[in-house]
Design a protein around this ligand. Structure first.
Ligand code: ATP
Ligand code: MG
Length: 622
């Protein structure tokens, strides 16, 4: 089928379209209405239908492929590998469900999961889904104050955690952070269930803290049936990455999410039951929710959970996993591929990667240099996909499962089925024509799988994301982009990152893309800095591939001159060895910009390494 036709059907007759896709999952009770959009922008999908995420991810497959691998947890931090078949996974999840119930967790209660990338984290998520508890996974290792604010937001009855995470062979104790966070929060959980990995000592709080191993032993033979949930009951809360400010608590449903994931596994990720999927993200992020835990399992695929760095014990580690488990589809982020590009290529060339059929990348703009490099190394299609925590699955990409539409360098692709993507000129509110820059928006109702609301704050959901354009409610992505004459989109940066140089509006992304085409630049951040004369000027912070090679500020500027013209030329190019990023690997441009303008760097709860900001400060002093 032609993708254009498929897409049109999803937009013109969405109810018919999604009714058909709903057959991809099991329903215990059929829905009576495909879509209820009586109260825009709140969309309710598959009204009256009862289903369960855990049933679709686990139990459903036990019947046909119970002995096949479901979850493969690999840690190069502790040098462990554990493989669970669908049957074994169900047994573990049932134990977890029974343990949670014994600790007082009931349907609708929140369970906060603050865990490293170990199998137990996935068991806990699936157990919540099984009994209808709402999980809120908080990225492991987040500082106490970030964790405290999420505790207060979700008011969990139970927190699931572990003694420690591990990074580069070094234990990162979680328990002291957790205790501090609970002390800081006003919503105290009554119970804390702790997995002891033997990495760090834990001081247990009498009456509150429970040892997982002991409790599990009491529930070895547990059987906990699936709790069937109405499609629109909440499944989980997950916070956005905090790149542009205070994170927002995204709430998702059950039925719409299951259907959207099943559809995306079929049409985007082309996953087949029995194959292996490897997403290199973390369960603390949306990619981890959708494409480590739920998506692959809903498709009957084995999924890999990897704890460790992409370069330890050496930069071949991911590819050794691909070889060993015959991974067919892999999902990663441009930032990780850039890390690999800096390493000697021998490591990845050592392994047999012939099982791999495609590599999917998301999270940040994919520059042409990185994309071409990894395409050459792997000799498989590289498929960019653009989406957000809010949407749960791709907005823009290429649906290879429908048609082998060509990809276009620098573009994440076409609007995905179900998304009525609109580009709106911020200044006059008009729809943009071909190659005209505007804000990427989606006309309501959002398709299944997208956020239902901001947890506990419907008004914030409406106020933050929605506006009216020609009588329609429109959702803003807060990203800026353009669409070419063939319908391919290009993301030019965040709306906050648009630079206005002497009346010319430029996306930081365009300038960054140009700078990374310099052969000795491995990474760059461009921000707009206030300027008396021009309003704003672009300032670049670049990391060199080879710091000893002679690359000057002027060299970098002339690349931009040649490609984009002098108007886009950064006023200054500073060389650094590290850029400030969020824990999920996104550039914190707002903090760089604030420092450049002599302001406070803002909310830094999501920052990976605060030392990176000192480099910016130091560079500016030169
Ligand atoms: P916050 O919303 O808290 O500021 P965040 O937007 O970084 O944080 P996420 O939901 O993790 O939180 O990231 C989604 C954003 O990442 C998108 O809005 C977009 O800016 C960027 N992004 C994701 N995928 C791509 C891609 N393929 N190309 C370009 N940008 C992308
Ligand atoms: Mg965002």
């Amino acid at each position: 089928m032609k993708y254009a036709e498929f897409y049109q059907r999803s937009i013109v007759t969405p109810e018919q379209f999604w009714q058909d896709e709903a057959a991809l999952i099991d329903w215990n009770t059929p829905f009576t209405q495909v879509l209820d959009y009586a109260k825009p922008p709140f969309a309710r999908w598959f009204v009256g239908g009862h289903t369960n995420l855990c049933h679709n991810a686990v139990d459903r497959w036990c019947a046909t492929q119970g002995d096949q691998p479901a979850l493969i947890a690999i840690s190069t931090e502790t040098n462990t590998e554990r493989c669970y078949s669908f049957n074994e996974l169900r047994a573990e999840v049932e134990r977890w469900a029974a343990m949670m119930q014994s600790l007082g967790v009931r349907k609708g209660d929140r369970v906060l999961i603050y865990m490293p990338m170990i199998a137990e984290a996935a068991f806990a998520m699936l157990a919540c889904a099984r009994i209808g508890a709402v999980h809120s996974v908080v990225f492991g290792g987040f500082a106490a104050n970030s964790l405290a604010s999420r505790i207060d937001d979700a008011k969990p009855v139970l927190i699931v955690s572990a003694d420690a995470g591990s990074r580069n062979g070094k234990a990162i104790p979680y328990k002291p952070l957790l205790d501090e966070a609970i002390a800081l929060s006003s919503a105290k959980p009554s119970r804390v269930l702790l997995v002891d990995r033997g990495l760090a000592p834990m001081a247990m709080v009498e009456g509150r803290d429970v040892d997982y191993a002991a409790l599990r032993a009491a529930h070895l033979a547990a059987h906990v049936p699936v709790t069937w949930l109405e499609s629109n009951e909440p499944s989980y809360i997950l916070y956005t990455s905090g790149t542009t400010g205070k994170p927002k608590g995204v709430q998702r449903d059950v039925g719409g999410y299951a259907v959207a994931l099943a559809a995306s596994m079929k049409y985007n990720f082309c996953g087949k039951a029995g194959e292996t999927f490897f997403a290199t993200s973390d369960i603390g992020w949306v990619v981890g929710h959708s494409y480590i835990v739920y998506g692959p399992l809903i498709a009957g695929m084995a999924t890999i959970m990897y704890e460790g760095l992409p370069i330890c014990p050496d930069p071949g580690i991911w590819w050794s996993i691909v070889e060993k488990y015959k991974v067919t589809r892999m999902f990663s982020a441009p930032t990780a591929i850039r890390v690999l590009r800096k390493q000697a290529p021998e490591f990845m060339r050592k392994y047999d990667k012939s099982s791999l059929k495609a590599l999917y990348l998301a999270g940040e703009p994919l520059d042409e240099t990185t994309s071409s490099w990894i395409a050459d190394e792997l000799n498989v299609p590289i498929i960019d996909n653009y989406w957000q925590t809010e949407t749960g699955w791709p907005i823009l990409s290429i649906a290879k499962g429908i048609e082998d539409t060509p990809t276009r360098l620098g573009s994440p692709g076409l609007a995905m089925y179900g998304y009525k993507v609109r580009l709106i000129n911020e200044i006059n509110g008009q729809e943009c024509g071909a190659n005209e820059k505007g804000v990427v928006m989606v006309e309501g109702p959002l398709p299944p799988g997208c956020m239902q609301t901001v947890y506990g704050d419907d008004q914030r959901f409406v106020d933050t994301y929605w506006s009216e354009h020609d009588g329609k409610m429109v959702y803003s992505t807060f990203d800026w982009g353009l669409r070419d004459a063939d319908g391919y989109y290009f993301i030019l940066g965040r709306t906050d990152d648009v630079i206005n140089v002497a009346g010319h509006r430029l996306g930081t992304r365009e300038i960054e893309e140009s700078i990374t085409s310099h052969p000795n630049v491995s990474e760059v951040a461009v921000v707009g800095v206030e300027d008396k004369l021009k309003g704003q000027v672009a300032v670049a912070f670049a990391i060199l591939k080879d710091a000893n090679a002679a690359t000057s500020e002027q060299d970098v500027m002339s690349v931009v001159d040649r490609q984009l013209g002098a108007v886009a030329r950064p006023a200054r190019v500073y060389f650094v060895t590290q850029l400030p990023k969020t824990r999920s690997g996104k550039l914190l441009r707002r903090s760089i910009q604030a420092i450049c303008e002599g302001r406070n760097p803002g909310d830094l709860t999501a920052i990976e390494d605060p030392a990176s900001l000192q480099q910016i400060q130091r560079a500016l002093r030169l």
